[in-house]
Each structure stands twice: as structure tokens, then as C-alpha cells.
Design a protein around this ligand. Sequence first.
Ligand SMILES: [Zn+2]
Length: 311
Amino acid sequence: MDYYICLDIGGTNIRAALFNNKDIHPIKQIKIKTRSEGLKAEGQIINIIKDIWPIKGTVKAIAAAAPGFVDSEKGIIIKAVNIPGWENFPLQKYIQDKFKVPVLIGNDARLAVLGEWKYGAARGHHNVIYLTISTGIGGGVIINDQVLMGSRGMATELGHTIVLPNGPICSCGQAGHLEAISSGPAIARYVQQQVNNGVQSSLKLTAQITSKEIAEAAFRGDELCISAFERAGTYLGIAIANFIHIFNPTCITLGGGVSLTGDLLLKPTKKVLNEVILSNEYIKDLSITTAEFGDNAGLIGALVLIKNRDL
Ligand SMILES: [Zn+2]
């Protein structure tokens, strides 16, 4: 039996799935912490591949969805801010040397759009924008049935679009990026700042407050928390309007934990989108959908990468 191993490497967890016959339903799935007791991410990657390796049969290929700036042609992680030490890290060669099978790597959001477009919420569309809104904001774009990669596979870093010059500092170090305003940690940081400035809230603030807790307080009617999502949703809408003008999609798929708050985020997004769009022609046939595979979109996309290369 032929097997395929797909990885999704995140700042917190590494997940692995074992597929056979290139069927999109994994026969086994496991996860481990990205860093554990002195072990670095690269050591954990080797551990999880060994753990999921089938007892019998042949592993034909491994594909990994990785965070940050990924040169998928050269197989190098140029930089991943969530994984310390990963600068110009040759991930493809590192895995290939250990396991002696073909290895493919790609940016996690670019692979997620591939998964959602081939098998998930965006199937049937030819032009798609995918945004994952969680700890960071990742982007992937399908144009005329192709993933838009750019010259080094680094195109469509949609979360690092400037929406507020001189605004909050982003995880990348630059100011005013969408990710610095509309990601989960950015929403939490905004609420904390407002409370520090004396704005009233029903929330008991802790240093670890999450956007999920802020969403729950917003659903209970907390005005500060509602306004935090209004702000995040408004800037998301401004960014999406820009993306629509550039890419002219028929489908926008939203993944990541923050997108699960539904109308709390999306009502202000849609409101501003209607106000700033150049023409209704851009949005009259546009569907805005929630990702079908959730956390698994990157794993499915990694499998699609293997299928496309016919490994
Ligand atoms: Zn940024």
C-alpha cells in the first residue's frame, strides 16, 4: 500500500496526517507541541513523522504546510516569526535527508486555499480569496484555477497589507498591517489598551485574555467588546475591498478561529465593503463562506500539492 504523510507546522502545534491512495480522508491524525522540553521545532518534526510512519507499506511523499515566508521552489523557510531560529531554514532538504522520500513544502495559507478550492468551501469557483484569521492573518488566492504564487512562492501575504499607516505594530515588525488590527491577539490587545485607558468593560482582564473570551463578552452585550470586533471587522472590510479590486473573485473563504464569531466580525466587514466598493458589479455574485476543513485545510492542501506533482 502507498502512503502519503502531510504536516501542518504551526507556532504552537505540529499536526500530521497519514493518507493512502490520495484519498482526502486521513486514516490517522496526530499532533505534538512545536517545542517541547528543549526540543526545537525541527526535532519535533522528525518525531511526529516517525510516530505516524506506517508499519507496513511505502511512504511515497511527504508534504508540509509551513508558516511565514516560504520559498516553495527552493524548499526554504525564509522566515517564520512564530518559530525562533527559522531564518533561511532548508526544511525540504532537512526532512528529505532523514527519510529519503520526496518532500514538498508550501506556505500554510497558500496550501489551505488549494485544499478549500479543490475539495472544500470554494470548489467550483475559478477565482478565490482565502483568509485565515487567527493568531495571524494568512492569505491565499486562486486566479483562473491557479494558486497565485509570485516569483518565489511569496505572493499574497494579505495579512501584511497596510490598512492604517502608523497603526499598531504587527508581528512582522511593521506598523498598521491588517494582522495588527484584526487578528485574535490584536483584538485582545485593543481591549486591554481601552481598559487601561479607563473604558468600562464587564470582562475580568488577564494577561492571557483571548479573542474568544472577548467574543463571548460581546455576545453578552459588553459594549467595549462589541466595538473591538466592529473595529477589527471594519478594517477587514477595507482590506477585502482592496483585495476584491485587485483579484475580482467570486468567492471569499474565511478560516481561522476569529472568523467563527460570524456576524460579530462580518456585519461591520460587509457594511464597510458595501460603502467602499467601486461598483456593485464586484460583489453582486460574490459569496463569502466559512472554510469547510477548518484546521485541516493546510493538511488537505499539502495532499493536493502531492497529487498535483503526481508523486
Ligand atoms: Zn505584518
